[in-house]
Design a protein around this ligand. Structure first.
Ligand code: GLP
Length: 242
């Protein structure tokens, strides 16, 4: 794992946007794995700016998002469909954009369909990841074993609390989601993980230096041969080798 530490979150986002833009410039029909949450917001803003200046063209790019809540409509302001529209897709034209559908009758079939689709387009070239406080990636929560494909997940209480800030009240926060599995994420050719803030320091320490365990899902990234972690000083503050 390549670890790059920056003085602040803005610089993390700048580096992240640069890596994504470089991927698309090198391979205009790249398949990108995209993430939601507050961490990638500034990266998306920077990509929109680069796109507007004509520096990078996404019109041949296909994207696959990591996850979506179950049980809220796509046009709910808190859905990840709406998040992606608001923060990227309304500004930048992609060839195709895909997000798991949390409103279908067979969620199991949806998971299989999603993984088949990723495989059919040749796999994900670059997967962008944020990280939860408990080390979750996508919505793969700490558990007894690593998940494989895209599937239904039950959100940890701490994740529900963390995501509470986006919803009107706690009872509105969904307790289930459909998420790419750890196997799906690990199949990506390149992974870029971003983390900002001291509240992520414990999760980042476990990810980089900890035991590889499904109780800290991001620790599996130690076994991937092309991972770049971009973090600020806060998120890096517990790394022993910094
Ligand atoms: C959610 C998302 C994750 C994201 C995490 C951290 O749980 N499913 O993909 O990485 O939140 O979010 P934030 O970047 O807001 O801290």
């Amino acid at each position: 794992m390549v670890v790059q530490i920056f003085d602040n979150a803005k610089l993390v986002s700048r580096a992240c946007a640069t890596l994504i833009a470089a991927q698309v410039i090198q391979k205009p029909d790249s398949v990108l794995g995209l993430a939601t949450g507050s961490s990638p917001l500034e990266t998306y803003r920077k990509l929109i700016k680069m796109h507007d200046k004509g520096l990078v063209d996404f019109s041949a790019v296909k994207s696959f998002n990591l996850d979506e809540y179950i049980g809220i409509p796509k046009d709910n302001p808190c859905s990840y469909h709406q998040f992606m529209k608001d923060n990227l897709f309304q500004y930048v034209e992609f060839a195709q954009t895909h997000i798991p559908d949390g409103n279908v009758s067979s969620l199991e079939e949806e998971g299989l369909r999603y993984d088949r689709l990723i495989e059919a387009v040749g796999g994900i070239d670059l997967q962008l990841l944020g990280i939860g406080h408990n080390g979750h990636i996508g919505f793969n929560e700490p558990d007894e074993k690593f998940s494989s494909g895209t599937q239904v997940v039950h959100l940890a209480e701490s994740t529900i609390q963390a995501n509470r800030r986006f919803f009107d009240s706690e009872k509105d926060v969904p307790s289930m989601a459909i998420s790419m599995g750890i196997g799906t994420i690990m199949s990506a050719k390149k992974i870029v993980l971003i983390a900002m803030g001291e509240d992520k320091a414990e999760a980042i320490k476990g990810t980089v230096e900890g035991e590889i365990t499904p109780w800290l899902p991001a620790s599996i990234l130690q076994l991937h041969n092309n991972v770049t972690l971009l973090c600020d000083r806060g998120a890096a503050s517990k790394l022993s080798g910094k």
